[in-house]
Design a protein around this ligand. Structure first.
Ligand code: MG
Length: 267
């Protein structure tokens, strides 16, 4: 029987092709000036130059977004799914793997996608908005994902609750996703440059993929290596230690793996 591992997906620019909050906000902006400001805030946040909670608050302030805007985005989010991602989630399900979504986006938009992929609400983590009596979104509810380093907080809690089976693989396009791995809360990080390939993420990712086809191929070989490792560990005489414990040509040493020997399976 195959080992069950945890695959933790970022949402914006990973499972879907857009930054949902920015797309939603831009619909509400008429002036080029405001649009430019939002772009600048997003870019700085994504590059790790701006505190996450500060960027979220600034974007919400600029947007004057309403709860109905969130509902409309939720209704059409299916049209923004990253092509090939359904195949990857289907592949992971067939191999008995456990997917999670951890997002700095909003529950109202993330959950419909989780549902499509068969991921239950309890394995899906995102922010909740605060609305006033007129349906205007005026803020974000207090929670780990509204804070800097929130994804690591969520993963730490899941680990403490023994809810992350096997090896924990974090996947995403941003530095906040990489941070989970850097904080030692994921065993592997896969940088995803499907829609936007950030140079600093590419530089520190032990694995970086640009297409979902490449991701699919990598995940398949990763699970096959694990299955082989499992089989050979049952026959100790035939086992040969691979370089770094995994020997996959696409995995390279990063800042974290230079501190601790890279050995993802069977930790
Ligand atoms: Mg993202």
């Amino acid at each position: 029987m195959e080992t069950r591992n945890s695959f933790v997906f970022d949402f914006d620019s990973t499972l879907v092709s857009i930054e949902t909050l920015d797309t939603l906000i831009k619909q509400n902006l008429s002036g080029e000036d405001d649009r430019r400001k939002i772009d600048e805030i997003t870019l700085r946040a994504m590059n790790g130059e701006l505190d996450f909670s500060a960027s979220l608050a600034s974007r919400l302030r600029l947007s004057r977004a309403k709860t109905e805007d969130f509902a409309q985005m939720a209704a059409r989010i299916e049209g923004f799914l990253t092509p090939g991602m359904d195949d990857i989630l289907d592949f992971l399900a067939r191999r008995g793997q456990k997917p999670f979504i951890v997002s700095g986006g909003f529950t109202q938009i993330v959950r419909p996608v989780a549902k499509l992929f068969g991921i239950p609400d309890e394995d899906c983590f995102a922010n909740e908005y605060i609305a006033d009596g007129n349906g205007c979104v005026v803020g974000v509810k207090e929670g780990p994902l509204a804070r800097e380093g929130g994804k690591s907080e969520v993963l730490r809690a899941l680990r403490e609750q023994n809810r992350l089976p096997g090896t924990v693989v974090m996947l995403g396009d941003g530095m906040s996703d990489y941070q989970v791995y850097a904080d030692g809360l994921a065993d592997l990080f896969i940088g995803c440059g499907f829609h936007v390939a950030r140079p600093n993420v590419r530089a520190c990712s032990p694995v970086f993929v640009e297409t979902t086809a490449d991701l699919r191929q990598f995940l398949e070989s990763l699970l096959n290596v694990q299955a082989q490792e499992g089989a050979s560990s049952r026959e100790p005489s035939s086992r040969e230690p691979g370089p770094g414990g995994l020997g996959h040509p696409l995995i390279r040493s990063g800042p974290r793996s230079s501190r601790s020997r890279w050995c993802p399976w069977g930790l």
